[in-house]
Design a protein around this ligand. Structure first.
Ligand code: BGC
Length: 480
């Protein structure tokens, strides 16, 4: 296909796309304000039903204090993989002054037919995997003995909880579409699946938590100042510690029983009321149209790993059909939904813009097409624009959370001194993308420059596994 546009028109189209993806300081401040207002709205009883950021109480009211110890089983379901873990938290710290947890785990795939099948099939599959793991670990007998084995379940989807060990799934996200689960208690569904078999009788679900909560818990184990848990991976979400008296959705009894509770914001659904329409592009709209959960999780679809490659694909496809990219070639992959993932952006952006040969190889490997210098430059610019927008939007939502935390006032903040908030973070985009983490940090610092706050990001190690075990450990500590 030869170019349908003149060179000037080509430049204009590329510039126009990049311009639409670029967020300036004023737009970012506006997003911070909208997010802050949305967090407050979600906490108000009168507004919660209409709020797109649901601000879900987690019933996690204590953070680790480093004294936790014991052996726990944990489950982690949040994407295409399911993990079972055995975690031993030692009673004493090692020579470096830190407690090193001993973690054994196994990953099991969740086949597509189960992800899109019936809930009963999913939970039977989970129970089967637990059984397999327990056998491998030599825990077979214990799993069926009289002595209860505490189980923590990291279930990384939006759930309404009214206790630590029950969680009603509000909606599937991230491509899951399992019938008969929405509106049901996942704790109960898992217990029933375990009861259907005779070999897991000793397992007792003590806590169900979101991966953000696990991440905050795991970070707080080493750093008591950790007030936020963030996931930037396949999906995106954050949680933070709120004053229980501000959570109007809770019963009076609960509100008066504890001082603090972690709130799972479920910020992925931000913008589903149209509040972000001023920045949503036609490419974002098309991404949304190609998902199971159309019209929902709009913010997540702008920033999370599951969608970044798809946004880039749609932009490249538009440029290709306009004759601007890959002239005279056939590129069927560009017409295949979700055929490009975030690793493509990571690889391309890991190259200098003028490292044409490496970019040509990456494009050849991923799209099976020969790219010219001009193609490589455009692809590099597009990837960079998409990942930068993601980092900026994430920084906006975190900064808004810092303002929300400032509304509460942190007990250990000293008047006149800068308030430092630690944010535990995990997820493939944060870990693996070459510049996402740096951009997130820089943009957060810029947004908070005129405030007296600073957010420090700390990589959290295995929040979903260790975090679930710590949630159980803290719950056992508090009930004693
Ligand atoms: C889910 C959240 C989860 C996030 C990160 C989102 O799709 O709604 O519950 O924390 O993904 O895994």
């Amino acid at each position: 296909m030869s170019s349908l546009l003149s060179e000037d028109e080509n430049h204009a189209l590329v510039n126009e796309v990049i311009r639409k993806l670029t967020l300036g300081p004023e737009t970012m401040s506006k997003i911070v304000k909208i997010a802050h207002a949305n967090y407050k709205k979600g906490l108000r009883k009168a507004d919660n039903a209409d709020a797109c950021i649901k601000m879900l109480p987690t019933f996690v009211s204590g953070l680790p204090n480093g004294k936790e110890a014991g052996t726990f089983l944990a489950l982690d379901l949040g994407g295409t993989n399911f993990r079972v873990l055995l975690i031993q938290i030692p009673a004493n710290a090692g020579p470096n002054g830190k407690k090193e947890c001993n973690i054994d785990s196994r990953i099991y795939r969740v086949p597509k037919n189960i992800m899109e099948g019936h809930a009963r099939g999913l939970f039977d599959h989970i129970a089967e995997c637990i059984h397999n793991f327990v056998n491998i670990m030599g825990y077979e007998e214990k799993a069926n003995s009289g002595e209860p084995i505490p189980l923590g379940f990291t279930f990384s989807f939006p759930c309404r909880q009214d206790s630590l060990d029950s969680a009603v799934l509000l909606r599937w996200t991230k491509g899951f579409n399992c019938e008969g689960a929405e509106g049901q208690d996942v704790g109960q569904m898992l217990s029933e699946a375990m009861a259907r078999r005779q070999d897991l009788q000793a397992l007792k679900i003590v806590a169900i938590c979101n991966d953000t909560v696990g991440t905050q818990m795991s970070c707080a184990f080493d750093n008591a100042n950790c007030k936020i848990g963030l996931i930037m991976g396949t999906g995106s979400n954050a949680c933070y510690t709120e004053k229980t008296k501000n959570i109007e959705m809770l019963d009076e009894e609960v509100r008066s029983a504890t001082d603090n509770m972690v709130i799972n914001t479920e910020w992925g659904n931000f913008g589903s009321d149209g509040a972000l329409d001023f920045l949503v592009t036609e490419f974002d709209k098309e991404v949304d149209q190609n998902t199971h959960n159309k019209g929902r999780q709009i913010f997540e679809k702008l920033i999370a790993g599951m969608y970044l490659g798809e946004i880039v694909r749609l932009i490249m496809r538009r440029m290709f059909t306009n004759g601007l990219l890959f002239h005279n070639e056939r590129v069927p992959k560009l017409f295949d939904s979700f055929s490009i993932d975030t690793s493509f952006l990571s690889m391309v952006e890991d190259c200098e813009e003028d490292d044409i040969v490496t970019i040509q190889n990456i494009i050849a490997m991923t799209l099976d097409v020969g790219a010219l210098r001009n193609d490589c430059e455009i692809v590099h610019q597009v990837c960079k624009a998409v990942s930068t927008r993601s980092a900026k939007l994430c920084a906006c939502a975190i900064s808004a959370l810092a303002f929300k935390i400032a509304d509460i006032g942190i007990e250990d903040s000293v008047p006149g001194e800068q308030m430092k908030i630690t944010c535990g973070v995990d997820g493939s985009v944060f870990r693996k993308h070459p510049s996402f983490a740096t951009q997130l940090k820089q943009n957060t610092a810029d947004l908070l420059r005129d405030s007296n706050m600073a957010v420090q990001y700390t990589l959290s190690h295995d929040g979903s596994g260790k975090g679930a075990a710590l949630t159980v450990a803290v719950a056992s500590r508090e009930s004693m």
